[in-house]
Write a protein that binds this ligand. Sequence first.
Ligand SMILES: CC(C)(COP(=O)(O)OP(=O)(O)OC[C@H]1O[C@@H](n2cnc3c(N)ncnc32)[C@H](O)[C@@H]1OP(=O)(O)O)[C@@H](O)C(=O)NCCC(=O)NCCS
Length: 195
Amino acid sequence: MLIEKIDRKQVYIDVAMLHINSIKFGFLPSLGVKFLALLYRCVDESDFSTLIVKYKDSKLIGFVTGTTGKSSLFKKMLNHPIELILILCPIILSYKNIKKIIEIWKYMSGIKRSKYPKAELLSICVHEDYQRKGVAIDLYKKLSNYFNAKHIFEFVIIVGEPLEANLFYINQGAKLVDKFQIHGNTNSNLYIQKI
Ligand SMILES: CC(C)(COP(=O)(O)OP(=O)(O)OC[C@H]1O[C@@H](n2cnc3c(N)ncnc32)[C@H](O)[C@@H]1OP(=O)(O)O)[C@@H](O)C(=O)NCCC(=O)NCCS
């Protein structure tokens, strides 16, 4: 991970907060800061995924995460059982949340996802005060370098159809190859980015 002299626990909270503030209507933000902070810790600690952050004056201004897809992040979260149980208890009391978790899991292990490259950009967010200044381009390049170093030359991006982020990926040369629904009527686009 590209973090210098910054407390790691604080980094995971900063990343979780920026995710929640940037993608307000997604399902993952609805699971709360603690869940996301643990998820990002696992992304950072796994040898098959990466968390790349950009700080300015001790403030997180952007991050990107990606996975080679060689293993499952949900499995990695099981390495922190007590934390996970404490975080999940209030979440799994909701029927809607269980349904959505199952929908995501089914999609991730389904036939449709398996047709495409395993490597994936999981999330990218830039603080709203720093958008349209090329921060995401810089993070995207660093993620591409990470994949290149692992001899991976293409990766998948899955993004909700209504999000403006689609325009960023198109600007980077990603090709739209599929559309599907993970939850109910919300469409998601699947892009492939060649490096
Ligand atoms: C998508 C996002 C990461 C882009 O970050 P950014 O740092 O502002 O992007 P850049 O400045 O590097 O943009 C590069 C180019 O992409 C395109 N682009 C980026 N954001 C755009 C937007 N909101 N609308 C239209 N085009 C956009 C433009 O062509 C831009 O070049 P330009 O500014 O010279 O016109 C940022 O808007 C964001 O965090 N959005 C909220 C979170 C999110 O939806 N993440 C994606 C889902 S995981």
